[in-house]
Write a protein that binds this ligand. Structure first.
Ligand SMILES: NC(=O)c1ccc[n+]([C@@H]2O[C@H](COP(=O)([O-])OP(=O)(O)OC[C@H]3O[C@@H](n4cnc5c(N)ncnc54)[C@H](OP(=O)(O)O)[C@@H]3O)[C@@H](O)[C@H]2O)c1
Length: 327
């Protein structure tokens, strides 16, 4: 496992880290014992950074980390998020009282005195034009309840606005073979300001593992069933916003150019690592075997220029018209 600097925090985090949404909920049935085994496998493989949120399984995901901390001695970082407990997403909801309340709850779930990294959880765009919200976050750092803060965004423009606030240490954004626009302008701006980038949904919700087919069935409570068209939250969070049929066709082409010695999931994760602006990707995983496969991508050699070119061509011809200017 290789490590990269996260913003100006002084932390060196695993370039393949771990996303803990699926082990909380909204991805079909999960078993806490298996989820904990996946978290242990991540630590065993050198992962030292985990992304969760207060709403994943209504705290179930955060509480698994409190258990993990009891079972392990080594230091690891936990990034959590706040904002999605609001009944309706309005900028007026991002008050001192609400933010403090959400944070107190995360502190209890995680059984800790201070959050390592707190991210605003895809707030509505006007929040990025409310300096007072970032002032509240500064106060929470001052008070010692939060060590650092960042944002998780839907759109490139929100990311560009967020990094105008000098104490934003990280931006979490969808970045994968199916979502390439962040690399055009935003990555350079983030690097100039030494802001870390967490590449989320790196496998396009599992689509870029190559295991999903036209016959795949998803449980009722799996967002790959109930949010394909954005019925519950931003449609870009499910399969990266690419319709199922187009995604499958692009995956078939990607399989053809994947070197025989690696899996498509590893190709997808390796592709992200070719961008030095990215601090880490945070693939979700429910089982130890998925974790081991994913983290092995860090030790693979870089992809060849010819492979990168072919990936670019698949994106340009099949995916770009469907996603590029939407986020
Ligand atoms: N708004 C936000 O801030 C936001 C939104 C989305 C995600 N995130 C964060 O980003 C993280 C990553 O995104 P994501 O979990 O949505 O999507 P993802 O990482 O693209 O996909 C994860 C899913 O793919 C499958 N998978 C993982 N590794 C695999 C492998 N090696 N082979 C086959 N299948 C594999 C697993 O599901 P199955 O086994 O069920 O197929 C897993 O849950 C999340 O966990 C969360 O921490 C944040």
């Amino acid at each position: 496992m290789k490590y990269r600097s996260l913003g100006r925090t002084g932390w060196h985090v695993s370039e393949i880290s771990f996303g803990a949404w699926a082990i909380g909920g909204a991805w079909g049935d999960v078993d806490d014992r298996e989820s904990l085994a996946a978290l242990h496998a991540a630590l065993d493989g050198g992962v030292n950074f985990f992304d969760t949120a207060d709403v994943y399984g209504d705290g179930r995901s955060e509480r698994l980390f409190a258990r993990l901390k009891k079972e392990r001695k080594e230091k690891f970082y936990i990034a959590t998020k706040a904002g999605r407990r609001l009944a309706a997403q309005t900028p007026e909801g991002y008050t001192r009282k609400n933010l403090t309340g959400w944070i107190e709850r995360s502190l209890r779930n995680l059984n800790t005195d201070a959050l390592d990294l707190l991210q605003l959880h895809c707030p509505p765009t006007p929040v990025y034009y409310l300096p007072e919200v970032f002032g509240i976050l500064d106060d929470l750092v001052q008070s010692g309840k939060v060590r650092h803060y960042g944002v998780s965004v839907e759109k490139v423009e929100e990311a560009l606005k967020a990094i105008e606030f000098p104490n934003v240490q990280s931006v979490q954004i969808i970045f994968n073979i199916f979502r390439q626009r962040p690399a055009e302008l935003f990555f350079g701006e983030a690097q100039k300001r030494k802001v870390g980038i967490l590449a989320r949904v790196p496998l396009a919700s599992g689509m870029l593992s190559g295991k999903i087919s036209r016959a795949s069935k998803f449980a009722k409570d799996d967002h790959r069933n109930f949010n394909r068209h954005g019925e519950a939250f931003d449609r870009g969070e499910t399969f990266s916003g690419v319709d199922f049929e187009t995604a499958l066709q692009a995956v078939d082409e990607l399989k053809k150019l994947t070197p025989k010695t690696i899996s498509l999931a590893q190709l997808a994760l390796r592709w992200i690592l070719e961008f030095p602006a990215v601090t880490c990707s945070i693939p979700g995983a429910k089982r130890p075997a998925q974790v081991s496969e994913n983290i092995a991508a860090s030790d693979l050699p870089p992809l060849s220029p010819a492979t990168l070119k072919k990936i670019g061509a698949i994106y340009n011809s099949r995916i770009k018209p469907l996603v590029h200017h939407y986020w």
